[in-house]
Design a protein around this ligand. Structure first.
Ligand SMILES: [Zn+2]
Length: 346
């Protein structure tokens, strides 16, 4: 596996609305596409012609990560922040972050030591400060930091000792971007009976916004987002996202019910090709929830990869699951033709 590219993509900073660094890398990966399409929000996609042109398949991932935004600079130099995307405050307490002003500045989210806590807890981000070591508002200003400035976790990429798992910030969803980048390489070597659009969306973490405009621009017949989903194996559960047991067929989430025929097709395709998968029910939505409304309504779903501790400064994923997601989506691209589409719509 190309761990260098995985490290690069998961280490880049890119909160929702600030995906520019990731977009540059993804656009570069799409250099062999016959056409580059960009939506008005910042999504980027490459078109790959197949042996037939009567079906459009779109495979993408979202480039944004959960982040923080400065809402106030106090006169004593402390920064007040709010979460951009769904974050439990405890995941960021006492964590180091990068603050993106004129340059990248390191800072620390406050915590309360037991000596002075006296039963006091931290319910949300209004109870913490971001401390960049500045003593005054003027000093903060000089760094180009103010209201609206983003902060993201510091990269911490590593492969575990047994080489089975990888850890970094922003796995959700740069891992999806990595899977798309691996599929771009494979598509150069395979034949596919469809017109394929590979790329990446923006602003998923704040309400699936980029997918809405991108899917309306491309109007695919089948939309697949590759995204990281919360594993619960460390809680002693084996019924919802276990690391190492294969990619996730997300049969239900609050924003998207996987069409039954599409679910059966996914199971059949994975089984035929001996690709490990797990059936997964999620409490949150993905880009598929917005993309399904494109045109008159399209087939849209998620190819998930389980991740432990998502929406935090460090997430662990399995190398085997990444491989199963890449293999499954590649097989699907090789097989998905008009006949398959018509059967799914019968
Ligand atoms: Zn995601």
């Amino acid at each position: 596996m190309d761990l260098k590219t995985l490290e690069l993509l998961t280490s880049l900073p890119g909160g929702s609305g600030q995906e520019i660094n990731v977009r540059k890398v993804m656009e570069d990966k799409l250099s062999k596409a016959s056409e580059i399409l960009k939506d008005g929000f910042g999504g980027v996609f490459g078109k790959f012609e197949g042996t037939k042109d009567d079906v459009k398949v779109m495979v993408c991932a979202h480039m944004d990560e959960v982040s923080l935004m400065v809402t106030k600079v106090r006169c004593d130099g402390f920064l007040e922040v709010m979460p951009i995307g769904g974050i439990n405050v405890e995941a960021f307490v006492s964590q180091n972050v990068l603050v993106h002003g004129n340059k990248e500045v390191r800072g620390l989210i406050s915590s309360i030591p037991p000596h002075i806590a006296k039963g006091q807890t931290i319910p949300d981000f209004s109870a913490v400060v971001l401390d960049i070591g500045c003593d005054s508002l003027e000093e903060v200003k000089e760094l180009g930091i103010g209201i609206g400035t983003y902060a993201t976790p510091i990269p911490c990429f590593y492969l575990t000792e047994n080489k089975k798992y990888v850890v970094n910030k922003a796995m959700d969803d740069r891992l999806g971007c990595f899977v798309v980048s691996e599929i771009i390489k494979k598509v150069e070597k395979i034949k596919h009976p469809n017109t394929l659009y590979l790329g990446a969306t923006v602003q998923e973490e704040v309400g699936l916004r980029g997918a809405q405009v991108a899917s309306n621009m491309i109007k695919p017949d089948l939309f697949i987002t590759v995204d990281v989903s919360p594993a619960s194996d460390y809680l002693g559960r084996d019924d919802s996202g276990v690391l190492g047991k294969g990619f996730l067929i997300r049969y239900f989430d609050p924003r998207n019910i996987m069409p039954i025929k599409l679910r059966e097709y996914f199971i059949e395709l994975a089984t035929e090709n001996k690709i490990d998968y797990q059936l997964f029910k999620s409490a949150g939505g993905t880009d598929a929830g917005a993309a399904q409304y494109a045109g008159n309504g399209i087939l849209a779903t998620t190819v998930g990869i389980p991740g432990r501790y998502i929406h935090s400064p460090a997430t662990m994923v399995s190398v085997k699951d990444i491989e199963s997601a890449i293999n499954f989506v590649t097989k699907l691209i090789e097989k998905f033709d008009k006949e398959t589409l018509d059967k799914l719509h019968e």
